[in-house]
Design a protein around this ligand. Structure first.
Ligand SMILES: Nc1ncnc2c1ncn2[C@@H]1O[C@H](COP(=O)(O)OP(=O)(O)OP(=O)(O)O)[C@@H](O)[C@H]1O
Ligand SMILES: [Mg+2]
Length: 455
């Protein structure tokens, strides 16, 4: 019920200026479009229309052609010359169909011939908005053309610093440790370092240290000679050999055993590897980039990670900040992924209502860019609307929408907001949140469920 109601208002951030000398016509248009949730302005004169355009945010102008004094065609010319981001829909009577053709030539995107049905009106308005969105998306594409370093999107100060660091370190062969929460883009950054370096045409070899069983990791990394163990039917090179001349990316480096850590230390010190079964070291020339989302110094303190290896890896540290600390990037990333997944599914990238964007920006994103990517992908697949509004968003995010209601909140809303804040502070962990709030998990779950009915 609630959802349907909110959906009806999903056009709420789109505004339409109606220009017609007939008061009746203005009223019919205004009523129909307001019911659809559009914000409307009305005027009977072109002069006043121009004043409104100068002082108000207008997305679409619907104008009559024949009006006493200055006509609609003049208005269209003025809009095309001065307001690139405003769409025009012309209304014309049957006898002046030629006028409509002239209007389209002048720059109107759509025209409607009187007398049209409500359905025809809504369809024409929708088409006009689609054109507007496409044009606005093109503006975003020009950001993409400007540069994004190796596909890394970001304009926040924090990301600018990361870009600078990438440019600097890519020119050296120093070992680099990339740190940052899960999903912040560590692997993306590792690749960017390699592909902007002079050794870009040599291999980049990613190794997931946590994903290889302990008994296989040595052979995977350093290779083995034929016959050294059961199953070793051939001499096989390891990842280090494959990466020779290029970059090896040791991901999740904290997930290595003590014995493996010693072996890695030796490679870092001597720049040579021993294949299993061989006493002869082989020189290798690889750039090493490691990554971790855990606090390595803490593991060192607990004796779970070798201190000497830590210092060997941490020659240069590149820390990728969590997404919640780079607010400006959230909008860019939403557009980027919306565009990408819309293309993949062969549809127009939907628009996000201002309120939905605010909710997405306020959310704490514990899974960082990966989580945002997944949310946008699922929205594009699951939502048919051209506009994505708050009710379309995952429920955990909708909490934060409440915060925008200012001081006129009910006690229930205050409670919900507080619950949300606590949940935020513990990264969504319900057990911890319940503990802080002094209630049991079941009560918390019920309160969360109930609070979603605010929409
Ligand atoms: N700034 C960014 N611009 C565009 N895409 C990004 C950005 N940051 C991350 N991504 C995308 O988000 C996803 C996660 O990034 P990545 O795998 O590099 O994270 P990670 O830090 O290695 O995470 P984990 O610690 O979980 O391994 C990838 O699909 C990546 O392409
Ligand atoms: Mg990773």
């Amino acid at each position: 019920m609630e959802k349907v109601h909110s959906k009806g208002n999903s056009n709420i951030n789109s505004s339409i200026l109606l220009v017609d000398d007939s008061e009746d016509m203005l009223e019919v248009l205004r009523r129909n479009l307001s019911l659809k949730g559009y914000k409307t302005y009305t005027t009977q004169s072109v002069q006043e229309a121009i004043e409104i355009l100068n002082s108000t945010e207008v997305d679409l102008v619907i104008t009559d052609l024949k009006m006493p004094g200055v006509g609609g065609l003049e208005l269209i010319k003025h809009i095309r010359a001065n307001f690139k981001n405003v769409e025009v829909l012309v209304i014309t009577g049957y006898p002046s169909i030629q006028g409509a053709v002239d209007a389209v030539k002048t720059g109107a995107e759509e025209y409607l011939v009187k007398s049209f049905t409500d359905k025809e009106l809504f369809a024409a308005v929708q088409r006009a908005f689609n054109k507007l969105y496409t044009r606005r998306a093109a503006t975003f594409k020009s950001y993409l053309k400007r540069e994004p370093l190796q596909g890394i999107i970001g304009e926040s100060q924090a990301m600018k610093e990361v870009f600078n660091a990438i440019r600097k370190v890519s020119l050296t062969s120093a070992t680099i440790l990339i740190t940052g929460e899960s999903g912040t883009g560590k692997e993306l950054v590792a690749r960017a370092i390699h592909y902007s370096s002079p050794i870009a045409s040599s291999p980049f070899v990613p190794v997931n240290c946590g994903g290889i069983p302990e008994e296989l990791i040595e052979s995977e990394l350093f290779g083995h000679l034929k016959g050294t163990f059961t199953g070793a039917n051939e001499t096989r090179a390891g990842f280090f050999h494959t990466a020779d001349g290029g970059t090896i990316f040791l991901d999740e480096i904290s997930n290595t055993s003590h014995s493996m850590q010693i072996k890695l230390l030796r490679v870092l010190q001597d720049k040579e590897v021993y294949m299993i079964g061989s006493k002869k070291p082989q020189k290798i020339d690889v750039r090493i980039v490691a990554a971790t989302n855990v606090d390595l110094p803490n593991l060192v303190k607990k004796n779970e990670f070798r201190e000497d290896l830590y210092y060997r890896l941490n020659v240069i540290n590149l820390n990728i900040p969590p997404l919640r600390k780079r607010g400006e990037d959230i909008l860019l990333l939403i557009n980027y992924f919306a565009d990408r997944y819309a293309k993949e599914t062969n549809r127009l990238a939907p628009q996000f209502s201002d309120k939905a964007l605010q909710v997405l920006q306020d959310y704490h994103w514990p899974g960082n860019v990966r989580e945002l990517q997944n949310v946008i992908q699922s929205l594009i697949i699951m939502t048919d609307e051209n506009i994505i509004d708050v009710p379309d968003l995952p429920s955990i995010m909708r909490f934060s929408a409440l915060r925008q209601k200012g001081i006129t909140r009910t006690l229930a809303e205050m409670e919900t907001e507080y619950i949300h804040n606590v949940l935020n502070s513990v990264n969504g962990n319900k057990t911890k949140a319940a503990e802080i709030l002094g209630i049991d998990r079941k009560t918390l779950r019920e309160k969360i469920k109930k609070s979603l009915n605010h929409y």
